[in-house]
Write a protein that binds this ligand. Sequence first.
Ligand SMILES: Cc1ncc(COP(=O)(O)O)c(C=O)c1O
Length: 311
Amino acid sequence: MSFDEMDVESIWMDGEFVEWDEAQIHVLTHGLHYGTGVFEGIRCYDTAKGPAIFRWDEHIERLYDSAKPYDMEIPYDKEELTEATLELIRREGLESCYIRPIAYYGYGMLGLNPSDCDEEVAIAAWPWGAYLGEDALENGVDVAISSWRKYASSQIPTNAKTTGTYINSVLASLEAESNGYVEAIVLNKEGNVAEGPGENLFIVRDGELYTPGLAESILDGITRQSVIEIAEDLGYTVHDDATISRGELYTADELFFTGTAAEVTPIRSVDDNQIGSGTKGPITDQIQTKFFEIVEEQPEEYEHWFMPVEQ
Ligand SMILES: Cc1ncc(COP(=O)(O)O)c(C=O)c1O
């Protein structure tokens, strides 16, 4: 669904709610030219206990952490951003939605050093279903290894969610789609598996789970963290510091992506090599089922992962 078809009227921008169409910036905004922005993608689920934001604290912490390497002082504290987000969801009457906070260097000067530009902040929210489609969640996606490598953490901090760096993900996604695949897997500078353009990756082998470690140039995904905990709670051993070679993908018993947008999406083939039985594998199914049970029901053991919208 495009934004034009959506029924959301306002966006929080620099301290106030403005009409959706009025949420505009100057064309000489620093962040537009040099990608000097940091952002988050967060889901609010319509749980059995009411609408609740999934892992808000972790996401908002990551937003402030992302700002650090760029000397960006987000001019609102965590409580202010929390209140603004809750108020936005309530006034728009959204039950389940995707939340996009963004902080960026604004209008001031266009030298590379952004210190003459004020930091600006906006928060938008809108309904958003399954990122790769409902069929993807059920039957898995066909993916290809991208010819674009993930930038190394010695070049740009990979644990920061920075707007400019997403051009790497855009290239990988465009290439995958134009070659007939649903999504890409990006290798790091060393040629080992990093992640998807907007997802982390898990591999299942001999009943155990492996996911690339943080030094493999990946984003420290919050769904990744959640899935590690879910898998361990289900009794699985998770190797969360793995180095995974390209070839290991082809021979994996199961593969799946995790991410706020992609949730838990099975991968059924890589470069036309069938993974397992070519559909959602049994361990992936168990973890995905548990994940959706948690976000739909907000069970007591995982209640601390949620922030209720109605207080
Ligand atoms: C490059 C990249 N890796 C991984 C993820 C998954 O992170 P999370 O689970 O926090 O959404 C995302 C999505 O934000 C991403 O953009």
